[in-house]
Write a protein that binds this ligand. Sequence first.
Ligand SMILES: Nc1ncnc2c1ncn2[C@@H]1O[C@H](COP(=O)(O)OP(=O)(O)OP(=O)(O)O)[C@@H](O)[C@H]1O
Ligand SMILES: [Mg+2]
Length: 415
Amino acid sequence: MTGASILLDTVTKRYPGQGKPAVNGLTLEIPAGKIVMFVGPSGCGKTTTLKMINRLIEPTEGRIVLDGDDVTRIDGDALRRRIGYVIQAGGLFPHMSVAANIALVPKMLGWSKERIAARVDELLELVSLDPERYRDRFPRELSGGQQQRVGVARALAADPPVLLMDEPFGAVDPITRQRLQDELLNIQSELQKTIVCVTHDFDEAVKLGDWIAIFNEGAQLVQYDTPERILAEPANEFVENFIGSGAGLKQLTLTRVDEVEVADAVVARPGDLATEVLSRMDAVGHNHSVIVDARNRPLQWLSRRQLSRLERVGAARDPRLPVVGNRATLNDALDTMLVSSVGAALVTGPRDTFRGVIDVDTVMDAIGRAHRHARTAHAQGRPVGVNTGTLEAVQASGAPGVPAAGLAGPERTRE
Ligand SMILES: Nc1ncnc2c1ncn2[C@@H]1O[C@H](COP(=O)(O)OP(=O)(O)OP(=O)(O)O)[C@@H](O)[C@H]1O
Ligand SMILES: [Mg+2]
């Protein structure tokens, strides 16, 4: 694990001339190596909270603890070298090349030229930008999504244990956004940083977050939990409204096809006699048969009617076959089913081999199970998040849902 745990201990921020504090006595544990998403209405204090972690904004009261070290009073510049920070696309220096932007912190740390150059190329590869093509460009010669990638590379340059991101994907189109999100998840599974990320988009929070902190006005923490549990049991009406309608559908992005049971099918091969396949279908009461090639990869999906017109099964591959891979989400599977005439989809495993059939009923069952699972998972621990009181006081109180052990929490599996 390369990430560091973060503790905001009873932290308050009062801006000069403001009646109410922007953040009021917030205690929040951020477990090492996890992604924590901050969501909440505009002006509720998300950016303020985020910037207090690296002290770009100094807390009025309270402590910031990084991996057990109180960093509230240490030199702010030194602290910020241990914490990567990604802001919206504008965050790159326009007069500096991509390479120079990425090299900023390593340069400050006095790395050698060779080491810096190697690191720049390594990071460009990591964020899927070809170093040859991009290292000497200027930010204005990049698309919004590419600038955002460089921003992430720059934040990772000195290999900090913590990455703070303030609406990093807010300014790009939905397709690019999805790709950047997937990339962040890949980077995270490789590097296991501690990532705190602000977003306006609840779906993004569900997709990326191990934990989601939902704030209201004054950085009041309304719910701090896994996406699963927030969807299954929103703390109150405010959270319900935030989730919006379709919470059931959002469950679909949490579950992958390989986590649900798929149905068997009658399998046939090119050259088989149609009558023989039909009688096997009769025996088990199926209306379709899956035709696979010699390496067990699906070629066709034939109905009784289609088979009854054939003498022998053909070897052609149907290009419109509704197929989903093991790692697809149930949401992806549902999309595929809806456009297939069968109302179901074929599931393939390693090397595209046929695994079974998934249908709408299976997906509906999985949603029901996800709800029940989220409820029973309640007994497990979660990080502490409260608005008033120190970590010790909260733990000592034995308040429900607050683990004495602190940072332990349920693991969310993700590739
Ligand atoms: N420098 C400042 N001086 C005075 N008040 C400020 C300052 N910065 C922020 N505020 C106020 O503090 C509150 C929290 O602001 P903050 O930027 O943390 O909100 P936010 O949740 O990030 O909002 P958004 O989603 O719009 O980015 C707001 O009411 C804001 O007006
Ligand atoms: Mg903000």
